[in-house]
Unconditional design. Structure first.
Length: 131
């Protein structure tokens, strides 16, 4: 009998808190606006939220008409010929042996490392002498 009473008291205390936590996610505004900073609210210098909510873009809407019409077959053919002509001119210029080669920067020489000094007589390498 006593066990049932404890269980019902615990349920009576936990149930409203759980319901409040579950329903707080549905609220439009945040509770952090009203709470002090010490209890987890926003600090005093925090910027205010926007008064007007942002609208989402219409992903199912039809886009606006393009100002330029796509190229027709003749325009496409002329464009391909122009590009081929430019490509041929570029290859001719790059293959001309009379032109000087492009300047290629020479890499800096690697620094020369010093050789370690030879150990003094009677002293092992890296060992310190006892005074």
């Amino acid at each position: 009998m006593r066990h049932r009473r404890i269980t019902s008291l615990a349920l009576a205390a936990v149930l409203p808190i759980a319901a409040q936590l579950a329903l707080s996610g549905c609220a439009q505004g945040g509770m952090g606006d009203a709470l002090p900073h010490a209890l987890g609210g926003l600090p005093d210098g925090a910027p205010k939220p926007p008064t007007q909510s942002y609208s989402y873009p219409n992903v199912y809407g039809k886009p606006a008409a393009r100002p330029d019409a796509p190229l027709d077959d003749q325009q496409q053919l002329n464009m391909q010929k122009d590009l081929q002509k430019l490509r041929d001119e570029h290859e001719k210029l790059s293959a001309d042996p009379t032109l000087p080669p492009p300047d290629v920067p020479t890499p800096a020489p690697a620094p020369v490392k010093k050789k370690p000094a030879a150990p003094k007589a009677g002293q092992a390498s890296g060992a310190k002498t006892n005074p």
